[in-house]
Design a protein around this ligand. Structure first.
Ligand SMILES: [Fe+2]
Length: 297
């Protein structure tokens, strides 16, 4: 939280104006040589690591929207390419925005991207999303038509969800958009990466697809809505989708039927992050090695 406050102060000092929808103009002149160098280094490192580990749509999307540059990309240039591909654009924001504002942006095919870059001493771990996580992690797949529609469907459906169901919505987003894997029969452990929290992290890129420690379970909407997660460590469990079409169904009609205004919420105690239940379709059962004790979210 302290870092976020400092960033807002820096922004205030720089005279950047935040609009009511929390967007700003990307203050390109404020990027330092160190910011550009961090983008270049992280881009090249993740690009090499993701070869053969991330799904093809991610790799192709990153190139298609022009992220393969040696400096922080211009949001306008990315938006132009993205608009041509799927009608989405990206908007600069100071950091995390309130839930409802975020959903409004997604429902209108605008993805909020934090404008500032992490420092050179934060390459491997950052508590809050920065430009590299938001842009490199989230935006390449928005060039895929089905994924792009799924995220818009999520924004629309989320706008119809009551506040008390928001934690369930957060679990779904976490286990798909942030930490989702997809079936890939020819890959090690039968999976490839599509989640933004994984593709933007060196450690979790390797861990999620190669480690024997975590569970990899077939995605099931109700299961995910009632499963807690880790915010401080790698995931104990990854949920694996078959296709972006399955994701589209879950993030749109699925949310509406389970969490929409007319839905009756099931008041069950959520499962722990590392549980494997009798009804699960297990792709790999984790060895639990190195799993941290302590509370899940
Ligand atoms: Fe994210």
């Amino acid at each position: 939280m302290a870092a976020a406050t400092a960033k807002l102060q820096e922004q205030f000092d720089a005279g950047l104006t935040t609009r009511p929808d929390f967007t700003i103009d990307q203050p390109y002149e404020r990027y330092s040589a160190a910011d550009h160098a961090v983008w270049d280094l992280l881009y090249r490192r993740q690009r090499a690591l993701l070869e053969g580990r991330a799904c093809d749509a991610f790799i192709e999307g990153a190139l298609r929207i022009g992220l393969n540059v040696a400096h922080v990309p211009s949001f306008e240039a990315v938006s132009e390419r993205l608009m041509a591909a799927t009608g989405w654009r990206i908007v600069a924001v100071p950091g995390l925005v309130p839930d409802r504002i975020f959903f409004e942006h997604l429902a209108n095919r605008r993805f909020p991207v934090t404008w500032w870059m992490r420092r050179p001493d934060q390459l491997d771990y950052l508590q809050e999303p920065d430009c590299f996580h938001d842009l490199f992690g989230h935006v390449p797949l928005l060039a895929d038509p089905v994924f792009a529609d799924a995220i818009q469907a999520y924004g629309r459906a989320a706008l119809g969800v009551e506040a008390r169901a928001l934690p369930l919505l957060a679990r779904l987003y976490w286990y798909t958009v942030e930490f989702g894997l997809m079936r890939e029969p020819n890959a090690p452990n039968g999976v490839k990466i599509y989640g933004a929290g994984i593709v933007s992290s060196k450690g979790e890129t390797l861990y999620s697809v190669e480690s024997a420690a975590p569970n990899r379970l077939a995605f099931d909407l109700d299961r995910v809505l009632h499963t807690r997660y880790r915010i401080d460590t790698f995931q104990k469990t990854y949920f694996v989708i078959d296709s972006f079409a399955q994701l589209f169904d879950a993030l749109g009609a699925g949310i509406e039927s389970r969490l929409g205004s007319a839905a009756r919420l099931i008041d069950v105690a959520p499962h722990a992050a590392g549980d494997v239940l009798p009804g699960d379709i297990v792709i790999t059962r984790g060895t639990r090695e190195g799993w941290p004790a302590g509370d899940d979210m």
